[in-house]
Design a protein around this ligand. Sequence first.
Ligand SMILES: Cc1cc2nc3c(=O)[nH]c(=O)nc-3n(C[C@H](O)[C@H](O)[C@H](O)COP(=O)(O)O)c2cc1C
Length: 153
Amino acid sequence: MPSLKIFVGTMYGGALDVAEQVTPLFEQAGYDVTIVEQPSLADLDPLPDLALFCVSTTGSGDFPGNFVPFARDLREAPPALANWRYGLIALGDSSYGDTFCGAGRALDALLDELGAERLGERLEIDAMETFMADDAAIPWVEAWIDEQGLKVA
Ligand SMILES: Cc1cc2nc3c(=O)[nH]c(=O)nc-3n(C[C@H](O)[C@H](O)[C@H](O)COP(=O)(O)O)c2cc1C
């Protein structure tokens, strides 16, 4: 059974809730799913077959505290991520203007620099428009699994 890790960056639990809500969708698609609440580089050794990042933004476009060490280590001690496949769900609030989903966007750029391959488009969930992030995330994940041909079972 292929492995999927869902890496969570959250301040208030919304991104963790998204991770928990989409987990059964991946299990039904044939994956062994692990939610990683305190990501570290050790979680990339060995690399899971597939990754999903659920990351909110705090401060002025900053990573949530639980995600800061992981993002720092990715920059400072970059592991080999060539062709590693991932999806990305960014949570933010457009009332913050230019820093909307800043953490998710920065992570996406960093993973790209390291050679990883994002499957499909990044989902950006705007708290101004979507009260419950799950309402946007669940249909997106269903379509993502389908359109990217990720179903294995
Ligand atoms: C202090 C604070 C700062 C925030 N800064 C930003 C920001 O710069 N950009 C953005 O898009 N959203 C920002 N947000 C909105 C959060 O990213 C959004 O509410 C998100 O859904 C929170 O997800 P979480 O529950 O996983 O932490 C901020 C929220 C707070 C409370």
